[in-house]
Write a new protein. Structure first.
Length: 720
């Protein structure tokens, strides 16, 4: 059975002594700061029913006025003199009953402020608001308050299913944190039909209206259709559907031929063995590796990156569009590129048997994979071969095929670099990636877990090496005083690590948190232990969530997860705007120019981090959509699963076989009344004392799926 109200009659309904009455009056008026109440109104508001308590009220109010706790106006109305706090923050609208406000000033207010739905002043999730905090905590001991002003809206456009009746229409938003239907006038339907998916814009929301009013901007099509649902996700996250014509035109006008004077400025690698290694279905090739043995016995390894900034110039339409998008987005069935195809798959892509302009890090390495010498600068290359990951791995495994000796040697060096990196404290997060097999209509036919082999790790190591080298090169030029774009990753929050450690213990794994230096070692030991086990995905995901979020910034801080003192993103300028920023700044300093103003670049970093989160959220939403669709089509049977989350509303379970996550709602558990124990992340039956805890292995069945909300409802099956 779900949560139920245990509300009892307050003491005010019975008799109170003078001290209790004074406390009750003060608490009420403090929590209603700015409002004035007469003694008669207070009797009604406080539900004072017995004659003795009513008789004491006037004298109690008089004493509170004398003490300065209350003020009294000429009309004999009373108000609190206790000043509340006024802060700004961001709305996190968790459910239809209340929201949390995340304070901007975390030092003064480290915990979120709770606000009832009726006190939100029509604020929505993500809105920036100004609130008044009630001076006294509420019954649960948490600070709460009310919204005074909406400073700025996070969004005014939503995607949802339209429902049309003879007299009116409304849109039920797909977004889980939009808890209000949007009323649509008949003249603003844009010919949308009942049950279609639409994009709607809120046009008005008066204070006394329960629901906002909006108008349809775009009709997407029939709900449930694959293309419509993917377009719904794109619209929900504000992703672009196409490029503006003028941007495409500007891309088409770029000359393909590279002038000889440009080639003369660059180091020439066209005669050096060079190849690319990418996924089989990739079309944009950001990076290439060159291989050359030197006379002294060392090896020269070149990491060559597409020179995007040669083609995308500052203050052009292409530049503005790339900045706005800031990243390519990889949905379950398509890529939304940062750059038009003419650039991403053509001019900039390091395609085989074509001369291409690149920005390179070139390393002279000995057999111990130690870098003896390095060089950074602009180059021209000629790719001899394009490998798919699987093909390159097969050549290494079989010791045959094109460039198998070069690939094997590079792989051996990469393993040594990797080993050294982990010895220095890097964390080995090998997350499980699931890929859906779709038919021509987009229906999921099956799923497979992506396998990371040596060839993937080889490319990763050389990209990490190039990224770190560029960051350290700029930092060491002027001890970090020169403006640059870094990729930083803070040390994890101790409370989150403790929660994760306790969770891991439920599976019999220990995580040593005593010494900071041991944490990386202990986490790596855990990652090795869980490989191939049912709890692998849940523990990996929770470990990542317990970490701080990586971000772009001009502050030259380190990267905890990689154990690098300085790190940047240099290797993917076709799909990431920050890499373009790095290329520009790097060439700026190679030309001997002075450090530019940091503020402008920091603003771009913040924008890029925000866009990165948007892309990540959209990618997850598209995967979740396919997971829900897949489970809706899957056979009805009992699945094994692991409890991956516990909330006051329900229990999240990850199905081991499909890696899909659903929820068993507490209100559907009718064998007992279950209470949520937040501290220990579990629910406990009031009568049977049955406990369900994070990490428990359970059996579940699918009872319902909702494509619109992208949710899977489960029920427990024979879990004794």
């Amino acid at each position: 059975m779900g949560r139920k109200s245990n509300k009892q009659s307050p003491k005010s309904k019975k008799g109170m002594d003078s001290a209790q009455l004074a406390k009750t009056v003060l608490n009420f008026l403090d929590r209603n700061f700015g409002e004035e109440f007469s003694s008669k109104q207070l009797i009604k508001k406080l539900e004072l029913r017995d004659a003795k308590t009513k008789a004491m009220l006037d004298s109690t109010l008089h004493k509170l006025v004398e003490s300065g706790s209350l003020s009294k106006n000429p009309r004999n109305a009373y108000s609190s003199t206790k000043e509340p706090d006024f802060i700004t923050g961001t709305v996190d609208y968790v459910n239809p009953r209340f929201a949390f406000i995340i304070p901007d000033d975390r030092e003064q207010f480290p915990k979120d402020i709770q606000v009832k739905d009726s006190d939100l002043k029509n604020a929505l999730d993500g809105d920036k608001v100004r609130i008044m905090i009630n001076p006294n905590p509420n019954r649960s001991g948490r600070l709460d308050g009310k919204v005074l002003e909406i400073i700025s809206r996070n969004r005014d456009e939503f995607v949802g299913r339209i429902e049309i009746s003879p007299r009116f229409a409304f849109v039920v938003a797909d977004f889980k944190k939009m808890h209000h239907d949007i009323f649509i006038k008949k003249g603003d339907l844009m010919d949308a039909q009942h049950n279609q998916k639409v994009v709607v814009k809120i046009t008005e929301w008066r204070d006394d209206d329960k629901n906002p009013t909006g108008k349809v901007l775009r009709v997407l099509g029939e709900a449930g259709d694959h293309e419509v649902e993917i377009h719904s996700i794109m619209a929900e996250f504000g992703l672009p559907f196409e490029y503006p014509e003028e941007v495409e035109r500007e891309a088409e006008e770029i000359r393909e031929e590279v002038p000889q004077e440009e080639i003369a400025k660059r180091k020439d690698f066209r005669d050096v063995t060079t190849f690319t290694i990418d996924p089989a279905d990739a079309k944009d090739f950001d990076d290439a590796i060159s291989y050359r043995k030197l006379e002294n016995g060392n090896l020269e390894v070149g990491v060559h990156i597409a020179d995007v900034t040669h083609y995308v110039k500052p203050n052009t339409l292409l530049e503005k569009e790339a900045y706005d998008r800031a990243t390519s987005v990889y949905l379950v069935d398509r890529t939304i590129p940062m750059l038009p195809e003419r650039l991403s798959n053509g001019l900039c892509s390091l395609r085989p048997e074509e001369e291409k302009l690149t920005f390179s890090c070139v390393f002279e390495m000995n057999e111990n994979a130690e870098v003896v010498k390095q060089w950074i600068g602009r180059t021209i290359i000629y790719s001899d071969r394009r490998f798919a990951y699987e093909e390159a791995q097969e050549n290494i495994d079989n010791q045959s095929g094109d460039y198998f000796q070069e690939l094997t040697h590079l792989n051996d060096l990469a393993k040594k670099i990797r080993k050294t990196r982990f010895q220095k404290g890097a964390i080995n997060f090998e997350t499980v990636e699931v890929k859906f097999k779709l038919d021509e209509k987009g229906t999921p036919l099956g799923l497979m877990v992506k396998e990371r082999k040596d060839i993937h790790k080889m490319i990763e190591e050389f990209m990490l090496l190039a990224n770190r080298t560029v960051a350290e090169f700029i930092y060491n030029k002027n001890k970090g005083k020169d403006t640059f774009v870094y990729r930083t990753h803070d040390y994890p929050d101790s409370e989150r690590l403790i929660t994760f450690s306790n969770f891991a213990k439920r599976f019999g794994h220990e995580v040593d948190l005593e010494k900071q230096g041991n944490i990386s070692y202990s986490l790596n030991k855990l990652m090795d232990e869980i490989q191939g086990k049912p709890e692998q995905n849940v523990l990996e995901q929770l470990a990542i969530r317990s970490m701080a979020k990586a971000k772009y910034t001009t502050e030259p801080k380190g990267h905890f997860g990689l154990a690098f003192k300085h790190y940047t993103h240099f290797t993917s300028p076709i799909r990431r705007y920050p890499d373009m920023m790095v290329h520009r700044l790097l060439q700026h300093y190679l030309d001997g120019s002075k450090s530019p103003d940091a503020e402008t670049w920091e603003d771009k970093c913040v924008h890029s981090s925000d866009r990165e989160k948007r892309a990540s959220d959209a990618e997850r939403a598209s995967i979740k959509y396919k997971q829900v669709e897949y489970m809706a089509l899957a056979e009805e049977k009992v699945y094994e699963g692991i409890v991956s989350g516990v909330t006051e509303w329900g229990i999240f379970v990850e199905i081991t076989e499909t890696k899909c996550e659903g929820m068993v709602r507490l209100q559907t558990m009718d064998d007992d009344y279950y209470e949520f124990d937040e501290k220990n992340m579990r629910v406990i039956g009031a009568k049977n004392k049955k406990m369900i805890t994070l990490g428990d292995k359970v059996h579940v069945q699918v009872v319902a799926t909702d494509i619109d909300r992208r949710t899977i409802d489960l029920e427990f099956a024979d879990n004794d």
